[in-house]
Design a protein around this ligand. Structure first.
Ligand SMILES: [Zn+2]
Length: 93
């Protein structure tokens, strides 16, 4: 039954490597998220994202979302699904 023990050990090692990968320190990031691919705000069509300083940012269901201003973030948070479907259309997903 040595093989069985070895398989168990391999499983434990893979779990450890997976969890250590997930907890890799990432400066400033609160959650591991898919980077926002657009150059424009999804709430206000065609308006460029905030360029200077800190971006207006949130993470919705693992997707990073960036906005041109705080108001857009608030609008997004009131009805995220509406803007997520708009976002998916714009990204072709
Ligand atoms: Zn805005």
């Amino acid at each position: 039954m040595r093989n069985h023990l070895l398989t168990g050990l391999l499983f434990v090692f893979s779990v450890i490597s997976l969890s250590s990968c997930a907890t890799t320190p990432d400066a400033g990031a609160t959650t591991a998220a898919v980077p926002y691919p657009l150059k424009t705000c999804v709430v206000m069509d065609g308006v460029a994202l905030k360029q200077e300083g800190r971006p207006i940012r949130t993470v919705y269901q693992g997707q990073e979302m960036l906005f041109c201003c705080k108001q857009c973030l608030r609008i997004f948070q009131k009805d995220p699904e509406q803007y997520m479907s708009k976002f998916r259309q714009q990204t072709g997903g």
